[in-house]
Design a protein around this ligand. Structure first.
Ligand SMILES: [Zn+2]
Length: 397
């Protein structure tokens, strides 16, 4: 009982400690996902911050880590400096960090090279594997996409290292640029859901909805925007889901962009399911999203690096393999890449090139960068699979 009380104290103290690094509130026009003070999802779910903290304390203090190893070495990739026009080379660093090399542009998603994803150096989820690319082996990074402000996605020490070395553009959700500026990282660009910005000739990034939340501490929940990204490029659109639960917004994204050349979809933490389902996709949810979105090839994210739920170490990939084998039609190609593993993704055929719905118009963002906002398509409940079927022999790994 005394130990359990200590766990609660440590968990709550950890959250209070976060208050010193709170994100400032966003000020802007209300929208269908911003009430003038807080952002919200299309579907509401109950705040679980205290329960999450207690579950984490239980793992940290009682070492209830299921079968997770303390540390496991991985092989690392040394990427080329650039790839040529038409090529898409993807490398899974780990967690939600992916290096996308395409058409002479190098993009990193949610880069995390830190040892621990926490405001505290001594407490919080610790990595079980090193990144699949050594930081010193990174090619020049032109663009960083940040999906939201949770510590496992917006890692300020890593961003400082990237800015010092490469001076990349940083694109993120509304309100996060002000927080980053306060952390000594000025010049990031905020975008909204359904707002886009050019990255290079012929390549744009557009913010799309996600079903999640934001918080750096107890007193800044829902104050900055969480989002996914679609990179529109000549070989077909590429979707980075960030961190999200499964929701009807996938239909909206499908209607706006499908078919997709490539998608990056989270598959964990999945348990306890009742707590995780609204805000974290399981492997089964990722397969549903893949089928709904009309994706050619996809890779799994958000597994095997930090223990964040009750999932055992290999459970997410095992579940993904099972979900792929059970899927009908049998055409699911979602890779669970090893850390540092690379794949080349072919472009879409001309017959499956994306056709955009909705018309956009360019205007100036608060940072003076040209952006376009398009009207979000209306969701409908009928999921459909736009891909032809293939033999049911695909495994995640
Ligand atoms: Zn998150």
């Amino acid at each position: 009982m005394r130990a359990r009380f200590a766990a609660i104290v440590v968990g709550v103290c950890g959250l209070i400690g976060c208050a010193r690094v709170s994100a400032p509130s966003y000020h802007g026009e209300p929208s269908d996902h911003f009430d003038g003070k807080r952002f919200h999802n299309y579907v509401q779910f109950r705040d679980q911050q205290i329960e999450d903290a207690l579950r984490r304390a239980n793992r940290e203090i009682f070492h209830r880590r299921n079968d997770w190893p303390d540390w496991e070495e991985v092989s690392t990739d040394v990427p080329p400096k650039r790839v040529g026009v038409g090529v898409l080379r993807v490398t899974f660093v780990n967690h939600a960090t992916v290096l996308l090399q395409m058409d002479s542009v190098n993009i990193l998603t949610d880069p995390v090279w830190s040892e621990r994803i926490s405001p505290l150096s001594w407490y919080g989820p610790k990595r079980h594997r090193p990144p699949g690319i050594r930081f010193e082996d990174l090619p020049p990074i032109d663009v960083v996409l940040l999906s939201h402000n949770h510590y496992d996605h917006m890692d300020v020490p890593t961003l400082h290292r990237l800015v010092d070395r490469f001076h990349p553009r940083i694109i993120t959700g509304l309100g996060n640029a002000a927080f980053l500026a306060r952390q000594g990282i000025p010049g990031a660009q905020d975008i909204d859901w359904w707002q886009s910005t050019p990255l290079a000739p012929g390549i744009r990034a557009e913010g799309v909805p996600a079903q999640h939340w934001s918080a750096r501490s107890l007193n800044d929940k829902w104050r900055t925007l969480w989002l996914g990204f679609v990179i529109e490029a000549p070989g077909g659109p590429i979707y980075f889901a960030g961190d999200t639960g499964f929701g009807e917004f996938f239909t909206m994204i499908r209607d706006h962009f499908a078919p997709f050349r490539f998608a990056m979809l989270p598959i964990a933490p999945a348990r306890p399911r009742s707590a995780m389902a609204p805000r974290h996709m399981s492997a089964g949810d990722a397969v549903r999203a893949y089928q709904l979105l009309g994706v050619s090839n996809a890779m799994a994210l958000h597994f095997g690096t930090f223990q964040q739920g009750d999932d055992t170490e290999h459970e997410p990939v095992d579940s993904l393999n099972q979900a792929i084998l059970n899927a009908r039609p049998c055409d699911v190609r979602i890779w669970a890449l090893r850390n540092g593993e690379t794949r080349f993704v072919p472009p879409l055929n001309d017959s499956t090139r994306p056709s955009r719905r909705g018309s956009g118009h360019d205007h100036e963002s608060p940072h003076g960068v040209s952006v376009a906002r398009t009207s979000p398509p209306q969701a409908d409940s009928a999921g459909r699979d736009a891909r032809p079927t293939s033999p049911c022999s695909t495994h995640a790994r």
